[in-house]
Design a protein around this ligand. Structure first.
Ligand SMILES: C[S@@+](CC[C@H](N)C(=O)[O-])C[C@H]1O[C@@H](n2cnc3c(N)ncnc32)[C@H](O)[C@@H]1O
Length: 289
């Protein structure tokens, strides 16, 4: 079997043909007042360049944003802002083979047998949970880190869990590097290496939960840690053939708790990597019933 090596940041940039000066740039630190223009491509690129970003990637980000709009995968002003402020290329920089492909439609290989989900899916899943500033959001499946990077532009209370220990460490180190570089919004993200099936009880309850690995049922601990009135988005179904559901948790007049489910793609199958299970400190199979 062919072995691939995944490297981080600077080495990946060099391998991809970018000079080291690309990483020397200092990014203007985050503030809730940062508002990228949405009127023209040129204005957006000029604005992003002034923040310290690469104009080539800014152009690609704008073009993908236009495709997201056209496909109705993004619609809310705050989610649009989050997409336009997030440098996907930094999260793809762990693999030289995907670094320049960060804004493509498809999911991309980030090593460890898992993927970085595509921007259309992430746009829709993020928009569906409609995160308000101050809300607590839990993500299951940190992976590349880009999904929680979007959440970090929506609230200062983002929590994310990754089951693969070296991947969790690599992404934590990437957030820290990006914070040093000026992307101070990633200080909003708390990371943990554990089995996300059980949620993050000490940090809960959560207003919103976003699950980025596929399972055949909604994990009861996650439903329990979701606030009444909260929303969860989760791929549910048999291996490789999930449907992405929005689960709402509500309380009736008599005090009873109910949940309702809505397919955010109207029935389309969307395959996800499996929601795996930890036994001791080893990953052993999945949580499917
Ligand atoms: C589609 S991938 C990555 C998605 C990520 N949000 C991104 O775009 O990079 C899903 C991730 O879920 C992780 N995962 C699978 N089962 C898990 C579990 N029980 N707890 C936490 N993470 C899990 C995988 O290791 C993988 O990194």
């Amino acid at each position: 079997m062919k072995r691939r090596t995944f490297v981080s940041g600077t080495a990946a940039l060099a391998a991809a043909g970018f000079g080291s000066s690309a990483f020397a740039a200092t990014i203007k630190p985050y503030s809730w007042d940062l508002n990228p223009p949405t009127d023209t491509r040129d204005n957006f690129i000029a604005w992003g360049k002034a923040r310290g970003e690469d104009p080539v990637f800014l152009g690609q980000r704008w073009d993908r944003f236009q495709a997201l709009l056209k496909n109705k995968d993004i619609w809310g002003a705050t989610t649009i802002r989050a997409f336009l402020l997030t440098p996907r290329e930094e999260f793809a920089s762990v693999n030289p083979a995907i670094y320049k492909r960060a804004y493509e439609h498809n999911f991309l290989d980030i090593g460890y047998g898992v993927t970085m989900s595509g921007p259309h899916l992430q746009g829709r899943m993020t928009n569906v949970i409609d995160v308000k500033r101050g809300e607590k959001v839990l993500e299951i499946g940190t992976g590349s880190g880009v999904q929680s990077a979007y959440i970090a532009n929506l609230t200062e209370n983002a929590y994310t869990i990754e089951i693969i220990a070296p991947l969790a460490q690599r992404t934590r180190a990437l957030y820290d590097k990006l914070i040093d570089k000026g992307y101070t919004e990633y200080k909003h993200i708390k990371t943990k290496n554990s089995d996300g099936y059980y949620g993050w009880e000490e940090a809960g309850p959560f207003d919103k939960i976003i699950v980025t690995c596929g399972i055949d049922h909604v994990p009861p601990p996650l439903l329990q840690q979701l606030k009444t009135g909260g929303l969860m988005v989760i791929p549910v179904g048999p291996p490789g053939a999930q449907r992405v559901l929005k689960v709402s948790k509500t309380q009736g007049a008599d005090g009873s708790i109910t949940t309702s489910r809505e397919d955010i793609y109207g029935g389309k199958i969307v395959p996800f990597v499996p929601f795996t299970k930890l036994e001791g400190d080893k990953i052993a199979g999945t949580h499917n019933r």
